[in-house]
Design a protein around this ligand. Structure first.
Ligand code: KIV
Ligand code: NA
Length: 263
C-alpha cells in the first residue's frame, strides 16, 4: 500500500495518519526503506555515523549533495529530505543560493533547517521562493557547541513556551512539517497541538504526528551507547560481527568457497 508522498499529502496526514521517517545515506539502504517509510532524511547525522566525526558541524553541502544523489538513485519513489548543514543558511541569500543548488543537483523534495523564531525569516525566504522546508526545533545538534552540549528541552514552562513560539514561527514561515527532537513528551504534546502541520518527533514521546529514527541507531549498528529514545529493531552490529567471524573461520579452514561456489 505504498503511496509516493508530497508536501500536500504530508500536511494532510495531521490528525489522520502517523508519519514514519528514517534516515539513509546511501543507495543500498535507501532502496530497502523506499516503499516502507513516508519520508527518507539524508540527515547531517551522517557526519557521525558515516564520516566518523564527533558531531554534525563539519558536514559540508557538497557532502550532503553527494549522499542525497545516492539516496535518490536508490529510492526514486521516496520523498527525500536533505539536511542543510551548519553554516550553509546563515542569511537569506546564502540559504536560498544553497537550497537552489540542492534542487539543481539532486532530486531531493525538500530541505531541513534547524532553528525556531531565530531562523523564521530564512525559512520564509526559502518557502516564498518555492523551496519546500522542513523545520527542526527542540534539541538542535547544530547548536551543540554554542549551547555547551545536548540538552533535553521543555523541562520548564518558560522553555515550553519558547518551543511553542518556535513551532508557530516555523509554521508561519511556510514549513510543511517540523522535526521536534529531545523534548519532554508533555511539552511535545503542547507543540503538536499548537500547529496545523505535522510534528515529527525523535526523543519526544508518542504524542507527535510521526517519528524519525537514524537507521544505524534503530537497526543496532551503533554500539557505543543507546540513547533512551532509541529502540533496536535489529541487533545489526552483533549480526555483522558474527557473520564476518564466520567468514574468517570458513576462509581459514578452506570451507569457503565450496565446490558450488567455484567456477
Ligand atoms: O541528522 C539527522 O539524522 C536528523 C534526525 C535525527 C532528525 O536531523
Ligand atoms: Na540533522
Amino acid at each position: 500500500d505504498f503511496e509516493k508522498m508530497n508536501v500536500t499529502k504530508i500536511k494532510n496526514s495531521k490528525n489522520n495518519k502517523k508519519l514514519t521517517m528514517i534516515t539513509a545515506y546511501d543507495a543500498l539502504f535507501a532502496k530497502l526503506f523506499e516503499e516502507v517509510a513516508d519520508m527518507i532524511l539524508v540527515g547531517d547525522s551522517l557526519n557521525m555515523s558515516f564520516a566518523g566525526m564527533p558531531d554534525t558541524l563539519s558536514a559540508t553541502l557538497d557532502q550532503m549533495i553527494y549522499h542525497t544523489k545516492a539516496v535518490c538513485k536508490g529510492a526514486p519513489k521516496a520523498f527525500v529530505i536533505l539536511d542543510m548543514p551548519f553554516g550553509t543558511y546563515i542569511n537569506e541569500n546564502q540559504a536560498l543560493e544553497n537550497a537552489v543548488k540542492v534542487y539543481q543537483e539532486t532530486n531531493a523534495a525538500a530541505v531541513k533547517i534547524e532553528g525556531g523564531e531565530d531562523r523564521a525569516d530564512i525559512i520564509k525566504h526559502l518557502t516564498s521562493n518555492s523551496v519546500a522546508v522542513m523545520g527542526h526545533i527542540g534539541l538542535m545538534p547544530q547548536y551543540v557547541r554554542s549551547e555547551g552540549g545536548y540538552k533535553v528541552r521543555g523541562k520548564t514552562q518558560e522553555d515550553t513556551e519558547q518551543l511553542i513560539r518556535d513551532a508557530i514561527a516555523v509554521e508561519k514561515a511556510g514549513a510543511f512539517a517540523i522535526v521536534v527532537e529531545g523534548v519532554m513528551s508533555d511539552a511535545a504534546l503542547k507543540i503538536t497541538e499548537a500547529v496545523n502541520i505535522p510534528i515529527i518527533g525523535i526523543g519526544a514521546g508518542n504524542v507527535t504526528d510521526g517519528q524519525v529514527l537514524v537507521w544505524s541507531d534503530m537497526l543496532g549498528f551503533f554500539e557505543d551507547f543507546k540513547p533512551k529514545f532509541v529502540r533496536h529493531y535489529l541487533n545489526g552490529a552483533q549480526l555483522v560481527k558474527e557473520s564476518v567471524n564466520q567468514y574468517r573461520s570458513d576462509v581459514q579452514d578452506s570451507s569457503f568457497p565450496s565446490k558450488d561456489e567455484e567456477y
